[in-house]
Ligand binder design. Sequence first.
Ligand code: ADP
Length: 249
Amino acid sequence: MLVLYYIISNTRYNQLYKDVVIKMIQMFNVSKTYEGDVLVKALDDISLHIKKGEFVFIVGPSGAGKSTLMRLMIREEVPSKGQIMVEGRSLPRLRQREIPHYRRKIGTVFQDFKLLMDRTIFENVAFTLEAIETSRSEIKARVPSVLELVGLKDKMSCYPHQLSGGQQQRVCIARAIVNDPLLIIADEPTGNLDPETSREIMNILLAINKRGTTIVTATHDKEMVDLMKKRVIALSSGRIVRDEERGGY
Ligand code: ADP
């Protein structure tokens, strides 16, 4: 009897442990409503699971809810209803003082780069590490190595305005990965780039994904989504209308 209990409880524990370890993002019946003059339901009963190491595109027309979904994942907003877990932790339940710590574990890349224009490329990437009190010697070792990964080691002492749009986006990717995050959230990372530069950026994201980092990216870039053949989650009016492995736009 005792042995049977031991086996059952152990199996349940293992299953629970497996769920937490394998699932990177879990959303359960998430809705987000904005209250203003009119009530806007930006997300409506979204349930999805994203596993560790996946590369996922979020697509859909403007206003479909993509950015809202991203903002919930980086805990910039909380759902009006439902639950979001990242690596087994409930995001709505995070205390205010725990939020910066959570954000440091994820890398973010945006369409409009958000680089510090009065700092060099090295300083822009080092900034993330300085914020978490990384030692000077470690910063000196890590920054050049991530800049090399995105092909910008020779631009370390340049300022952002001396770089092309594609190069600036590569700096943002370097900044997002320097802290070795398990998850990268990219909102329209190729939105301001020409098709060839977009392909370069996606190839860098793909290489990062192959090293084990989970990537979730919202995009309008039809050509890219069709080319990459990754999981595609399509939103329309705040609802999931399609979720396909190796999908198209
Ligand atoms: P997408 O990124 O797919 O273009 P969004 O998530 O930005 O879509 O927006 C989804 C819906 O929510 C839209 O109708 C938008 O106008 C509305 N919305 C988004 N953010 C806000 C906000 N802060 N306040 C009010 N309405 C918002």
